[in-house]
Write a protein that binds this ligand. Structure first.
Ligand code: XIL
Length: 356
């Protein structure tokens, strides 16, 4: 088939889809009034990223192709976590992370670093480390500074500390807090800043949209750090959320974060359709539309904060088949803007419609 014929066919198919949807009446997401060659990142006034799996990037050409085509920012899904990068005390394994950084450089993508300090994904040499508090401090500082220095000039931003609060708003009793005291968080930011004073440093967590107590605790902490002159530049809100989450809760999360004046990253977005973990649930067009309406609302609310605070939105992986959600939830789900074959779902158009 000639190229022109293919393009005409695609345009016709989109036109047919539009006519069909509009005849179903209200409540649906307006389908794409976009050209067949549209790509996501060109449609948005802020960076749009995906977390990527290093193995899939290398083994699955469709996956790699969608990342290359649709996004202009990437986060390593797992390859920059402590256990992956630093498997034993004197060994660093940069292979997968360096591969992702090279991909990004070759294709003009931004790289956001995830994550320097977290209570989990720790190698056993850390969880069983027997040193005194000075040795623990050295362990923390060495890890942060070795990693940040390795990627200096290539990774523009870091989740310095991840998930430091419980859902109740109580600081998490992590191994770091146990060994190093409550103020270890501030020192993590200082250590990262010493290693790369140009990187943007984020505190990253989840639950802002469903726990007001946690949200308040996070905002209080980052505000206190900022007021003390600790080098913190942004708040990452993971937004592992659900299709039934309310407008009010989504707005409260985004607008409260923006009110700090810090940059705001929606850092791990996915929207669950099966939060009740119903076994054997099947995806339906109605569920797809409901999900699209949440993506749209999140993007619309985010787009309304000041432009210089919009660090970007990152989805947590690319296609539904790659998502961590079904495994974590123990039930099927379809949380992402691309389906298992990397075709665009209504959620994809929800994102685009969110900035209209
Ligand atoms: C998840 C990954 O997606 C999984 O592949 C891995 O097994 C566990 O971690 N919050 C975070 C992310 O900050 O790093 C998590 O990623 C999802 C929850």
């Amino acid at each position: 088939m000639k190229k022109n014929t293919v393009i005409s066919l695609v345009v016709l198919m989109i036109f047919a889809a539009c006519s069909k949807k509009s005849s179903t009446g209200g409540g649906t997401i307006t389908p794409p009034v976009i050209k067949p060659d549209t790509v996501l990142y060109t449609m948005l006034p802020f960076p749009i990223g995906a977390s990527v799996n290093a193995n899939l990037m290398q083994s699955n050409t469709k996956y790699n192709g969608v990342v290359k085509k649709e996004f202009n920012s990437i986060t390593a899904e797992n390859a920059m976590k402590f256990g992956a990068l630093h498997p034993s005390q004197f060994t660093y394994n940069w292979t997968d992370a360096d591969y992702l950084v090279s991909f990004a450089q070759a294709n003009g993508k931004r790289v956001h670093g995830h994550t320097l300090v977290w209570y989990t994904s720790l190698p056993s040499w850390v969880t069983s480390f027997a040193g005194d508090s000075a040795a623990w401090e050295n362990l923390l500082k060495t890890h942060i500074q070795t990693v940040v220095a390795h990627f200096k000039g290539k990774v523009v931003s870091w989740d310095v500390v991840n998930e430091d609060f419980e859902d109740t708003g109580i600081p998490r009793n992590s191994i770091w807090r146990q060994k190093l005291g409550n103020d270890y968080v501030a020192r993590c930011f200082q250590y990262a800043y010493q290693a790369d004073s140009t990187a943007l440093l984020f505190y990253n967590d989840y639950g802002h949209e469903y726990s007001a107590a946690k949200r308040t605790a996070i905002i209080n902490m980052v505000t206190a750090l900022k007021n003390r002159g600790i080098p913190i530049h942004g708040i990452g809100m993971q937004f592992h959320t659900t299709a039934t989450q309310s407008d009010a809760n989504i707005s409260a999360a985004i607008n409260t974060a923006a009110a700090t004046g810090l940059k705001v990253h929606i850092s791990e977005l996915d929207v669950r359709l099966n939060a009740a973990a119903v076994p054997g649930l099947v995806y339906t067009p109605a569920l797809g539309e409901l999900q699209a309406s949440r993506y749209l609302y999140i993007v619309k609310t985010y787009n309304a904060i000041p432009a210089n605070q919009r660090f970007g939105i990152t989805t947590w992986n690319v296609g539904d088949a790659d998502s961590w959600i079904p495994g974590w939830q123990g039930a099927p789900d379809w949380p992402l803007p691309f389906d298992g074959s990397y075709l665009r779902k209504p959620a994809y158009y929800g994102i685009i419609n969110g900035v209209k």
